[in-house]
Write a protein that binds this ligand. Sequence first.
Ligand code: G3P
Ligand code: CA
Length: 268
Amino acid sequence: MTRVTLSGKPPRVIAHRGSSHSEPEHTLGAYLRAIDEGADGLECDVRLTADQHLVCVHDRRVNRTSNGEGIVSELELAQLEGLDWGSWKREHPDESEEPDRHHAQILTLRELIRSVLAADRPLELVIETKHPTRWAGDVERKLVSVLREYDLLNPAPDKPRVRMMSFSTRAVARFGRLAPNLQRVQLIEVGAGLRMIDFFPADLPIVGPRLGIIKRFPEFVARQHAAGREVHVWTVDQPEDVALCLELGVDAIITNRPADVRFAVSQQ
Ligand code: G3P
Ligand code: CA
């Protein structure tokens, strides 16, 4: 039996790090492509630089996704701007080729917000805070101050809908105190993370399990719906996994392949 989402509407398609199967993750090019491909929302990871800028980078180090080396939180924005964030993804990087600005530059959260505001439709912006140390609150405080600059701390129908996500229960709670009108997503992993469910605050609106959790425990989605929580699953790229999410009534599908998932949802 196919179940429905908590709202009864089709699941939303959230582009994980942009359209990151096709483009270098977290670059403006990856996000603009996701918008073109019909994503309902954009997911990004944010980290603080040494000079207190929020940048969209997943890893603690720059090594995997740029041509540089070092720890994001120990580098200044100008240093990150000097790196190439695109050539690692190109199959045959051509050194003589002029790098495409959209695909090669570090993206700041402010730049991403401006692109979301310029889109032709209200998008969801899903921001995952990553922390240099587990308990540091600086990232959430800075996030709230950047969102305030763009008047995004209170949802409105004509504005992008902003959500914060984290694996850290403390970070999620801290963000709830700083920005009580915005939604929070508690991310959970397979294994130890599953035990957190018993300790979720009753008012937690959304839970974000790794795909493996709903594959192993398909009843997870219905149980969370019964508790009034939406379920946003990551990272869902394979057709059979998208089909499982549709069958279970998952509320948001977080994917590196937004065009494919958009198509599957439209066929439902
Ligand atoms: O969307 C949640 C997901 O992004 C969490 O894992 O490692 O890809 O940030 P990760
Ligand atoms: Ca993430």
